[in-house]
Design a protein around this ligand. Structure first.
Ligand code: SUG
Length: 427
């Protein structure tokens, strides 16, 4: 059995638009009302997947959800034609693209029953995200149907859970037992703290983690107030390396001490606020990078272009690379369309450590599969969406045709496809 880290990227859906739905996500609110480019957005995401494959990484894909979500509107006793504009936007959101919010994942090495556990996030803090879970659960049950996995439904409301975006794992290697770190928020100044400790604790119990190797860490109020609506905007971990902003955590000293005690081999790369302030860290998405181990064991940071464009951030990165730290290589990707909604390279992916042979092969991608996906996007995805025009029936018909064409191309059985279209759990 070969356990590797697989990055499942959310394919950016045909309804990608800038509706300004996420209070506390500064990029999304700043771009509210702007014209989006769903086709370019999805192609940027595909190019990122291709670049990761070229680096020797194993790549998977999560499909966009059927939007508008008619089932959700029906549960609100309305339909798309008659719903208010805010409800239309919430039903139409392509936010499932940010796969880091799909679920929390604990590899088999960390769990009492030696299965890889996934708990779907409830995303209850934001209305447009709160209806993702059914589609995500249906899809994860398809992809991870093998008994090597346990896929759990979400923790109930009101305990907000935003999935892997608030979860980190430190381990000597991907296939070695790790320390799992759950980051929750208590207060966020004027912005909501989206991850509740009760949810993190419930996920950890469900995953049957060893309490001695599990940490619950509070995100700093300053970070949330500055726009870090998820921990993965101010910190990222991979293998034995934690890369974090100095102001990411409420009790940094206590957290670092607990981590060192449990994993003496941990290497912490901290960015001081004096070199990169929270504002620069958040606008550049320096920490929303994919921190990965390449096949030759080099640790690389896959950053958004916005990080290179910020002189303070880029200067700090150049100094880091010139030094002797564990992060040895920088790669830059263009995911501007997603970034404009507050989703960087790390938001777009869900990491799963598993044997690829246990995964439904329809959800693993190579260059040829990405060519097929790109062809569907080129043919069917709308070129532009003006959020003021989401009532346009021709646009909605195009979005629904695009999704149907994608499902057709994946080779799903009728029952599987119905599960994904109707967002019904498959069992
Ligand atoms: O939940 N943006 C997402 C971005 C999620 C980023 N994910 C991670 N950090 N892992 C959010 O705020 C914007 C949608 C809109 O405004 O139309 C949005 O939902």
């Amino acid at each position: 059995m070969t356990m590797v880290e697989i990055n499942f990227d959310g394919l950016i859906g045909p309804s990608h638009n800038y509706a300004g739905l996420s209070h506390g996500n500064l990029a999304a609110t700043r771009n509210a009302g702007a014209i989006s480019r769903p086709r370019a957005a999805a192609l940027q995401g595909i190019a990122k997947m291709r670049a990761n494959i070229a680096l020797g990484l194993t790549q998977g894909v999560l499909l966009p959800h059927a939007r508008p979500n008619h089932r959700w509107l029906a549960s609100l006793n309305t339909d798309y034609a008659t719903a208010s504009l805010p409800l239309k936007a919430q039903a139409l959101s392509a936010s499932a693209m940010w796969a880091a919010n799909a679920a929390t994942v604990s590899p088999a090495t960390d769990t009492a029953d030696a299965r890889c556990h996934l708990t779907v996030a409830n995303l209850v803090t934001m209305p447009h995200r709160s209806h993702e879970w059914r589609g995500t659960l249906a899809q994860l049950r398809l992809i991870f149907a093998n008994p090597a996995f346990a896929v759990h439904p979400p923790v109930p409301a009101p305990f907000g859970d935003e999935g892997a975006a608030n979860h980190m794992r430190i381990a000597d290697r991907h296939d070695a037992p790790g320390i799992e770190i759950f980051v929750y928020g208590v207060s966020g100044g004027g912005f909501p703290a989206r991850q509740r400790i009760e949810a993190s604790e419930a996920v950890a119990r469900g995953h049957r983690l060893d309490p001695a190797r599990t940490l619950f860490v509070e995100q700093s109020e300053a970070a949330i107030a500055a726009g870090a609506f998820h921990n993965d905007v101010v910190a990222v971990a991979n293998g034995p390396v934690l890369f974090a902003h100095e102001q990411a955590f409420a009790d940094k000293a206590g957290f670092y001490a607990a981590l060192h005690e449990r994993m003496p081999s941990v290497q912490i790369v901290e960015v001081p606020a004096s070199a990169v302030g929270l504002e620069d860290a958040i606008t550049s998405y320096l920490f929303n990078a994919q921190l990965v181990t390449l096949p030759d064991e080099t640790v690389a940071l896959i950053l958004p272009e916005e990080a290179r464009a910020n002189p303070r951030v880029w200067t700090w990165l150049q100094t880091m690379i010139a030094g002797n730290g564990p992060i040895r290589r920088l790669e830059v990707v263009n995911v501007r369309e997603s970034m404009a909604n507050g989703g960087g390279p790390a938001c777009l992916r869900l990491r799963v450590v598993a044997d690829p042979a246990t995964i439904d092969p329809r959800f693993l991608v190579d260059d040829a599969r990405l060519d097929q996906l790109a062809a569907i996007v080129e043919t069917h995805w709308p070129e532009m969406i003006d959020p003021a025009a989401i009532g346009d029936t021709a646009l909605i018909a195009q979005i629904e045709r695009a999704h149907a064409a994608l499902l057709d191309s994946i080779g799903l059985t009728r029952a599987e496809a119905v599960g994904l279209i109707d967002s019904l759990p498959s069992s």
